[in-house]
Design a protein around this ligand. Sequence first.
Ligand SMILES: Nc1ncnc2c1ncn2[C@@H]1O[C@H](COP(=O)(O)OP(=O)(O)OP(=O)(O)O)[C@@H](O)[C@H]1O
Length: 257
Amino acid sequence: MDTVMKVKNICKTYITNKTQNNVLTNVNFDLNNGEFIAVMGPSGSGKSTLLYTISGMDRMTAGKVEFSGRDVSNFKDNELADLRLNDMGFVFQQMHMLRNLSILDNILVSAYNSKNGRTKEQRKKIKETAIALMKKLDIIDIADHDITEVSGGELQRACICRALINNPKVLFADEPTGALNSKSAKEVMRQFNQINQLGTTILLVTHDVKVAAKTNKVLYMEDGNIQGEYELGRFTDESTSKERERMLTSWLMDRGW
Ligand SMILES: Nc1ncnc2c1ncn2[C@@H]1O[C@H](COP(=O)(O)OP(=O)(O)OP(=O)(O)O)[C@@H](O)[C@H]1O
């Protein structure tokens, strides 16, 4: 299997009030093309920090990250911004969308501001992609709505459209279902699985066993490092959910979760 990201000996230290907090300590793992990985672990174990550090949203203290064979660890801020814009997508628990724009415009805005969204022709193509994504995620009917006029689940699906507009190699998600009710969370996970099956590699952080049980592999973080990994295999059938949740819970409990 191709490796899309290689994470080598990543360390991240925060210094607050002259106290050193070693949040990530020599983290190593490969993210293979087409994988769908969940990162779990106790609160404060460094899950979000790992996501932000490897995606270049935050600087690592030491270590190396390769993205599609390129060492991106020493990229300048503008090179990292380009990498994030062109090759990565992001979905967060708190959905950052602009209030005075419609849902469709929110999906389009960053793509229009990218280097591939300058000409009329490029923008036409981007809009077509946005509409196709909104149809796929079943939110085309709310394209012209304001963000205050839609449900949390619809808004999160709009965020997924926005994250996918540039056809990223890797989609990063930090607690993407954390603010959703269970029905919307299930729908978002169904969409993630579809996107993954179409070829997008996904790494998400979650506390929710139901969510993690629908990924291919779980990494368990504790005290700033990956303490174990559990291969679940591809999720294809809703009827297997309960059994996957049961197996994953049992594995997590063995780790002191
Ligand atoms: N910007 C920051 N400055 C200083 N310390 C930080 C910063 N961000 C995170 N930390 C610290 O790093 C540690 C790990 O935080 P992180 O958010 O990565 O954990 P987490 O496993 O995602 O936790 P949770 O499950 O509660 O979201 C915590 O002790 C946190 O206080």
